[in-house]
Design a protein around this ligand. Sequence first.
Ligand code: D41
Length: 701
Amino acid sequence: MPKQNTVSRTKFERYQELIETLNRWSKAYYVDDEPLVPDAEYDRLYQELEALERENPEFADPASPTRRVGDAPLSAFAPVTHRFPLMSIGDIFEDSELTDFNRRMLEAEGVGAVEYCAEPKLDGLAVSLIYEDGLLVQAATRGDGKTGENVTANARTIKAIPLKLHGNYPKLLDVRGEVFMPRDGFEAWNKKARDLGGKVFVNPRNAAAGSLRQLNPKITAQRPLTFNAYYIGYAEGAELPPTQYERLQYLKSLGIPVNPLVEVVKGEDGLRNYYKGMGEKRQSLNYDIDGVVLKVNSIAVQERLGFTAKVPRWAVAYKFPPEEMITRLLQVEFQVGRTGAVTPVARLNPVYVGGVTVSNATLHNEDEIRRLGVKIGDYVIVRRAGDVIPQIAGVVLEKRDGHELDIAFPQTCPECGSAIERLEGESVARCTGGLICPAQLREGIRHFVSRDAMDIEGFGDRIVEELVGSKKVSSVADLYALTESDLASLTLDTGGLEKKPRLLGVATARKLLKNIENSKHVPLNRFVYALGIRDVGQSTALTLAHRYHSLSELMAATEGELMELNDIGKICAEHIVDFFKEPHNQDVISRLTARPEELLFGAGVEVFSIAEDFAAAPKPLAGKTYVLTGTLSSMSRSEAKSYLQALGATAAGSVSKKTTAVIAGEAAGSKLTKAQDLGIEILSEDDFTAMLREYGLLKES
Ligand code: D41
């Protein structure tokens, strides 16, 4: 530093103070997850620092946060030979391999249960960071483990990576960790790219890799990358703690972020529980993990175990079933839904992904096909995360051989031949066939009988298909006119090689008729939901049922009136009014609700009100909270919930001291145990139905 006069010395002191403060706030934010000041305050000091540096170009501390970006673009990354190689890690996939691993560790450690440091396996890019005298001097990718690429300028732009270490740092430190892109940042980046017509990334991992390997650090600086450390490669001039876990805590004290889900666990069960727990947490995290990394905690034991040619003996990566796999798109078929929506469905060469074998994935609509640029015969990335339906995340363009075929969106309905139309501003194309379209009828019936709608059990896809195909049912009202012989004579092919047609039979037919009979007493919300009005899902149906006392009142509602309700917009209101205006729908509804003596084939479905101010139904259970657990044999869970709500009670998801009673069905689990522990009243299904009868919600049986 040049000799300073008094004024500029105080300026220089201010300069250093600003750097120290900003870096301390940064550590609090990125490492301790405890922001000390609002972002605006950070920005204010940052701007002051920038101004000071502009006025005094001789102030040039490499640890200044303003110096994260600034380096000129490179023409190539220089190779870096790692002083100590970045090891790879052995993968395991099965519980038996976990047992084997623990047994091997036990043999080396000798006594008792082995202590492990268990870490989530972040799905990003491994890098090594070198600090000399506390300053970041080099960042390199892992490469082949021996030689990587020098990405220092890019790493400096990642705010979670400190430019200068805090606390009691060693003279020399090589820390290894993962650079990754959080999901929210990835989504935001892709949304922007889509809006601007730019390149979208298939997943956060590719996004992180692509971002870190930009020759222009100004580009990397714009990408939402972050970093977590997981290992100290070497350190000079410091006494390191004796366990992996404590070493990670030590890194935190230096201002290097470490994943907060790292834990010390004991023995095989500890490992297994950690793996299970992370598997359950996985979907709710803001970053992708593809497994857990399990390391013997004691560094002394690690040293005793040493390495094989490639990997440490003291650690394994226990991988989750993959959420993404590459497979071939064999064909695209077009399915017609209940509202006529035509959805392209990809038929895939079966792959094991997300824990199940997937042979179909939705392509959503024509725009999605165009966005992906996918063709028949392409190798595609299939993604199935959690319980969501499988998606196609991208196309592997390198695998194209020129024989791929364009996907042609049909002009006419594949089921009924009617024209397909796509309204302006809508992404969905629809079959205009309406009631003559067997697909729409079939899907409408499947929806009508489904659990959350009329809950008529036993009407699987096969039976519904047969009923529609044989023209025994041409509207949902026809279900109630079915006779025992109609049903008993349905043919169901065996699906086996012999292809002998099999009849449904009298016993099953009787069961189905009984299930139909049992569906005839239903709260308004479920009836309205069952009708399958476009845009009217369960929650909208509930809103409607709380507002309208009867079906006829709802049928007479105007658009304006409907739009006054919460979460019902103009389009939804229009769909509701249009639906009830349609003569065929009116006809089906009268047949459903008329008694047989009033109308030929009247089904006699009784729709009861759950409206808030329903005069005939006071709120005898107001203020009470019930929890449903297990399976009820006489009604679905959603039905039980509607009844409770109709009586003014709250149906809660978990048991607490505030719970009035638990309603326990078949195979009730932990909620029942908890209720017993807390001494909360427990109602059997019979107790519950007796209560509903008492309040007039169920008929006397
Ligand atoms: O989260 C990770 N991806 C992670 C990777 C982790 N938590 N720990 C790791 N530990 C190691 C050893 C045991 C070799 C120090 C790793 C990796 N290695 C690793 N990542 C890529 C190659 C190796």
